[in-house]
Design a protein around this ligand. Structure first.
Ligand code: ADE
Ligand code: ZN
Length: 327
């Protein structure tokens, strides 16, 4: 719980506590049937059904003020888990329907909340603009234009989430090129529902320096070695992979083997309430599964800090905090 943590892979809407969405839906009189189980948790059958529930939750999050409150709630939870720095995926698709003016308003509200949380808990937040793969390449272009318009000290990266089985990475190369030209650093979900080829394509066709998940690279050890050699960072979310049925439990998860083979692995929660997890729980489950001690987690936190997309000053501030905790 108390170990300082750096989280690189967190979907803002996916981090919404169920009670938060229910409360907002009641106020707005929005129908949320089929989203929750009898205990009030998010209910889904598999990854594709998870995407349906995720998108239903975004129907409740309609205004900049909703995102302001959401950001405060999410960061409170992260800080309670010991997270000192977080990068969150934010989508112009959900925040203003890819209209640049509306997007700016949502972003302003999110940043204001992040500032408040930083003053309150010391936690630092940065954003990665993330179009949704199954919405298609044309909508991703509009999202990339929103990203380019707002690239800077807070929007620091560009990514791609959603259904990995729809389209190929190269279908999004225009968007990734535009984001790169705007100075944004790049990541892409791959190797979660797609195999090693999906990871290879994302690296080759989009030029990303981080991969969201990437764990199925383990099915091709030559690829694992290439990832290690090139220093590509994997944003690994073990609890997410287990909850969605990719691996039967933490002990069966390849994070340990990837790390042993020299891959830069980091640890994140993805969509914590959906997967009944927190950063503290991820650490605890990994410690139990692989007998990892504080030294391993300190190493992972350092790897994560070095892989952040923020400016060097902020990165050094995080690294100093980690160093102090080690001492
Ligand atoms: N969006 C939210 N969580 C996701 C995941 N695990 N994979 C792809 N897209 C997502
Ligand atoms: Zn994700």
């Amino acid at each position: 719980m108390s170990l300082p943590k750096v989280e690189l892979h967190l979907h803002l809407e996916g981090a919404a506590p169920p009670a938060f969405i229910r409360g907002l839906a009641a106020k707005k009189k929005i129908d949320i049937s089929g989203m929750f189980d009898e205990r009030g948790n998010y209910a889904y059958r598999d990854f594709w059904d998870f995407l349906r529930v995720y998108e239903a939750a975004t129907e409740v999050l309609k205004t900049p003020e909703d995102y302001h409150r959401l950001t405060l709630a999410v960061l409170e939870e992260s800080a309670a888990s010991g997270v000192i720095y977080s990068e969150t995926f934010v989508s112009p698709d959900f925040c203003g329907g890819r209209d640049v003016g509306a997007w700016r308003e949502f972003l302003h509200a999110i940043r204001e909340a992040a500032d408040l949380a930083e003053q309150r808990d010391g936690i630092i937040l940065r954003g990665i603009v993330t179009p949704i793969r199954h919405f298609g390449p044309e909508k991703a272009k509009e999202a990339a234009l929103c990203a380019a318009e707002t690239a800077g000290d807070w929007i620091v990266g560009f990514g791609l989430a959603g259904d990995e089985k729809i389209c190929k990475p190269k279908d999004f190369s225009w968007s990734f090129d535009a984001a790169r030209e705007a100075g944004l650093r790049l990541t892409c979900h791959a190797g979660e529902w797609g195999g090693p080829d999906s990871v290879r394509d994302a690296i080759r066709d989009l030029g990303v320096e981080r991969i969201g998940h990437g764990v199925r690279a383990i099915e091709d050890l030559a690829l694992v070695d290439e990832i290690a050699e090139r220093g590509i960072v994997l944003e690994v979310c073990p609890g997410s992979n287990v909850a969605l049925g990719l691996y039967k439990d933490f002990r069966a998860h390849p994070i340990h083997v990837l790390r042993e083979r020299g891959v830069k692995v980091t640890v994140s929660t993805d969509d914590p309430p959906f997967f009944h997890t927190t950063m503290a729980r991820e650490y605890r489950m990994l410690a139990e599964a692989f007998d990892w001690d504080d030294g391993v987690f300190a190493d992972i936190a350092r790897t994560s800090a070095n892989a952040t997309f923020c400016d060097a000053g902020t990165r050094n501030k995080i690294l100093k905090k980690l160093e102090k905790a080690d001492a």
